[in-house]
Structure formats: structure tokens, C-alpha cells
Ligand binder design. Structure first.
Ligand code: GRG
Length: 320
């Protein structure tokens, strides 16, 4: 448990219980894959954001537990689908579900978790929460399609890249805070601040994810590194290195992106480091984390708010 979990330790435990309960199905394969993923853990940052945001608003009900489970189910469904699309074989320090069971079970159990999330949402019964989450899942899917279109294209701009990472990652962080704000009866200003907190945190988180793909340790990360290059993903470390490097260096990276050539990883990492592209990516992440933290001024000074600040700092300082 990370320090920022302590502020909501009881709620967090209750959400973990609820997640297990909500995996219930008459079909064993659903439960087997569901439990396999859930038992592997994961950092559970998104449900934590729901719990911290709701508590920061002094929310007194119990529906924030359901909301946190919904957000984690949506997240897990996207991971299941993503690992199939990316043909990944390591996640949370274990074989991915697609590596263990195959693509069809992974996609279908992803669908099960995704639709279970909407069943729980109906149980909460708040139309504004449903609107935010249906828009968000649509945005995530659109971001993934946009990323697919961008693959193997070295001409993708920084602005296009930022749009993709907002859609695929930032949107769910934003929605976690926004929906908790709705549930917690936030004022318009507080809701906007929480939404912006999630937005900036999500961007910071994905920027770090993209940097770690070039400098992380697979053991600590629990997943492979270099996967982005293998897929020809034009992420910020590469975009910046192409902009800052010599013509020859830019062409080496462009070729690696066009060919999705993992064999060029060492050469690419050297250029990425020499051109300061990792530092630049970290700088952007830190700026977003600071913008997230700045939003917290609109909340009362509580242990929950402090934990949100710690969570933002962890997200940019993390090695996994
Ligand atoms: C099912 C709505 C729906 C959409 C499918 C494939 C897809 C569309 C979306 C994938 C989006 C995706 C995987 C974005 C990356 C987000 C990301 C950085 C995941 C890793 O998050 P962590 O590190 O994971 O928080 P843990 O394992 O800690 O939970």
C-alpha cells in the first residue's frame, strides 16, 4: 500500500471486496480471467482518485465505492483489449490474459467487465454520471483508433500525440474525479477543479508511461519495455528527439517508427538520451502534475487533499 492509500484505507478495502463480488458470473472462464487480473493487483490509482475526491468533499454515502469499482472495471476492460491489440505478453508482472488464454477470451471478458461497469452505473442511477462515463468510454475508444492510425507515422505532431494521450488515458482520470465530484455534490467551481486535477494528472501519468518505455526496468515495471517502438508508436520521446536531433538522427528515428523496428532500440535510446528528449518528456509531465496540484486549492485542507497531492507526485516520480 502506498502512503496515499492510508487516508481511505477502509474504503479501499471495501472497493477491493466489491470488485471481487462484482466479478460474479455463472461462466467459470469469466471468473477465472477476472480473478487472475484482479489478484495481480495493479496500482488502483483510478478508484483511489474516486475515493479521495468523494471524501475530500465530505461525501457521506456509500455509492463512491460502486463508482470506484466501475472505474477500475472500465480500466481493466481497456487493458484486456489493449493487450490483444498490441499483442503484449506481460502485464502486472504476469503473462497477459491473451498470452495465457488467447485473444477471444480476453476480448470477451473485457466486454463482460465493461458491460458490468454499466450495470453498476445503472444501480447508482445518476444520469449525469452515466453521461460522463458513456462519453469517456467513447473518447477512450476513439483515442485508441487515432493511435492506431498514427502508428508507423513519424510525422505525427506533438499536438496530435497530446490529443491521443488525453483520450486514451487522461479522460478516465478526469472522469474518475468528475464523477466523484457529481456524487459528492461539489459546487461548479469544485467540480471543475477536480476535473482539471484528473485531466492534468492523466496527462502527466501517460507522459511518464511513455518515458518509462525507453528507460524503465521490465522487472520493476511488470511489463516489457521497448514495446512502443516495436509498434511504431510516435510518442513524445521520439517526437522531441526528431525535432532536436541532427538530420541523420531524425532519419534514424523516423525509420525505426516506420518499420516498428525493435532491433533499432539501442540506437534510438542513444539519440533520445543525447537530445534531452527524456528530460523534456519528464519536464512536461512535471508541469502537468504541478497544474493538477494547483487545482487542489479549491478544496478544503484535509488528509484526502494531501493524499491527492502525494498521488500526483508519485505519478511523476514512479518507476512502475
Ligand atoms: C473497452 C472502453 C473500452 C475501450 C477499448 C484498447 C482500448 C479501447 C483502450 C486502451 C487504453 C489504454 C490501455 C491506455 C493506456 C493507459 C495506461 C497507462 C494503462 C496502465 O495503467 P496503470 O499503470 O495500470 O495504472 P495498473 O496495472 O497499475 O492498473
Amino acid at each position: 500500500m502506498l502512503p496515499f492509500h492510508q487516508a481511505v484505507a477502509d474504503d479501499f478495502e471495501a472497493v477491493n471486496q466489491l470488485i471481487i463480488e462484482q466479478l460474479e458470473s455463472n461462466v467459470d472462464l469469466v471468473e477465472n480471467i477476472g480473478h487472475y487480473l484482479v489478484e495481480a493487483g495493479g496500482k488502483r490509482l483510478r478508484p483511489l482518485l474516486v475515493l479521495l475526491s468523494a471524501n475530500a468533499l465530505q461525501y457521506q454515502g456509500r455509492q463512491h465505492l460502486q463508482l470506484a469499482a466501475i472505474i477500475e472495471f472500465i480500466h481493466t476492460a481497456t487493458l484486456l483489449h489493449d493487450d490483444v491489440v498490441d499483442i503484449s505478453n506481460m502485464r502486472r508482472g504476469r503473462l497477459t490474459a491473451n498470452a495465457k488464454w488467447g485473444n477471444a477470451p480476453s476480448v470477451l471478458v473485457g466486454d463482460f467487465l465493461y458491460s458490468r461497469a454499466f450495470q453498476i452505473m445503472v444501480a447508482i442511477g445518476d444520469m449525469e454520471i452515466m453521461r460522463v462515463l458513456s462519453d469517456t468510454t467513447n473518447t477512450i475508444s476513439e483515442g485508441e483508433v487515432q493511435q492506431l492510425v498514427n502508428a508507423k507515422d513519424p510525422s505525427v505532431s506533438e499536438a496530435n500525440y497530446l490529443e491521443v494521450i488525453y483520450k486514451k488515458t487522461g479522460a478516465l482520470f478526469e472522469a474518475a474525479c468528475d464523477t466523484a465530484a457529481i456524487l459528492g455534490g461539489a459546487s461548479d467551481a469544485q467540480r471543475q477543479a477536480l476535473k482539471q486535477f484528473g485531466y492534468h494528472l492523466g496527462l502527466a501519468f501517460q507522459l511518464i508511461d511513455d518515458a518509462l518505455d525507453y528507460e524503465g526496468d521490465p522487472e520493476t515495471l511488470g511489463k516489457n519495455v521497448g514495446d512502443d517502438l516495436a509498434e511504431g508508436k510516435p510518442t513524445l520521446p521520439l517526437i522531441h528527439a526528431m525535432a532536436q536531433g541532427t538530420e541523420k538522427e531524425a532519419e534514424t528515428i523516423a525509420q525505426a517508427i516506420r518499420e516498428g523496428d525493435i532491433g533499432m532500440l539501442d540506437a534510438v535510446v542513444t539519440i533520445v538520451k543525447q537530445t534531452g528528449a527524456l528530460e523534456y518528456t519528464l519536464k512536461c509531465a512535471n508541469e502537468h502534475a504541478q497544474k493538477a496540484i494547483d487545482q487542489l486549492q479549491l478544496l478544503e485542507d484535509t488528509p484526502y487533499r494531501t493524499a491527492m497531492e502525494q498521488l500526483a507526485k508519485f505519478s511523476v516520480g514512479r518507476d512502475h
